[in-house]
Write a protein that binds this ligand. Structure first.
Ligand code: ATP
Ligand code: MG
Length: 254
């Protein structure tokens, strides 16, 4: 579904990604792991138009998207969350989730000023969609709260809700359970598996190895911008290179 080929990105001469190639098969969870600074977020940023890669290509079902600007990315059915949350703290939970519907919210200049009945109906449908998504993430009771007043766990779930509200085909999740407690992490893990079972293609970045080993169909390992291994969770768990570069430095219980 998504093919990443020879992707390369330097910052000031230092390689953050060096000639990285792998595929994300349709309807599967592919997980990107590796030490801090390995290039995981850089890869998601290159694939979603936040950064322009120096070299290489990103193809979605054969169509090159590696140089698409970020505002075009949702039109391809792609959505993402950000490692450091990219919410609007003063806007309400509902408004933040509605901001994930920009593609569907386009009504044209005149219609947005005069708001004829069809436009008002359209807006009502969008709000309903957003409320359904809030319900799924147990946030409906906080729809009117400013996001800045929410707990960290709630804010992480608002990010997920905003990414999902447009009904994407591909989802990139950059550390969705970082900073969450065990119960909150398990709930997000279940949601990620449910989305995969509904047919979504997912690229997950995560350090929580219990979650990674439990949900991943395939794992790709980056270290200092290089792809050092890829395989099934079982293969990766026992790969000496991965143990030396990453897993050996963590306590793996899964
Ligand atoms: N905008 C930027 N400008 C300069 N250097 C950057 C930029 N973004 C990332 N880097 C550098 O690129 C390298 C890869 O960073 P990246 O954020 O992709 O790592 P990561 O694998 O996501 O790490 P973490 O697990 O800590 O999130 C790091 O050395 C980082 O300092
Ligand atoms: Mg990162």
């Amino acid at each position: 579904m998504l093919s990443i080929d020879h992707l390369t990105k330097h910052f000031g001469g230092l390689p953050a990604l060096n000639d990285v190639s792998f595929d994300c098969p349709a309807g599967r969870i592919t997980t990107l792991i590796g030490p801090n600074g390995a290039g995981k977020s850089t890869l998601i940023n290159c694939v979603t138009g936040v950064l322009v890669p120096d070299k290489g290509s990103v193809r979605l079902e054969g169509t090159e998207i590696g140089r698409e600007p970020s505002y075009r990315i949702p039109y391809h059915g792609i959505a993402r969350t950000f490692q450091n949350l990219a919410l609007f703290p003063r806007l309400s939970v509902l408004e933040n989730v509605l901001s994930g519907l920009t593609v569907e919210a386009e009504t044209g200049f005149l219609k947005s000023i005069f708001r004829p009945p069809a436009t008002r109906n359209h807006e009502r449908r969008l709000r309903l969609k957003a409320m359904e998504m809030l319900d799924r993430f147990v946030l409906a009771g906080k729809a009117d709260w400013p996001v800045g007043e929410l707990s960290y766990g709630d804010r992480k779930r608002v990010e997920m809700a905003r990414a999902l509200v447009s009904g994407p085909r591909i989802l990139f999740l950059d550390e969705p359970v970082a900073g969450l407690n065990a119960e909150e992490s398990a709930a997000i893990g279940e949601e990620i598996c449910r989305l995969r079972n509904l047919g979504l293609t997912i690229l997950l970045v995560e350090h929580d190895m219990d979650l990674v080993m439990a949900v991943s169909d395939g794992i790709v390992v980056l270290d200092s911008g290089e792809l050092i291994a890829q395989g099934s969770p079982e293969e990766i768990r026992h790969n000496p290179k991965v143990i030396e570069a990453y897993l050996g430095r963590m306590s793996v219980t899964a």
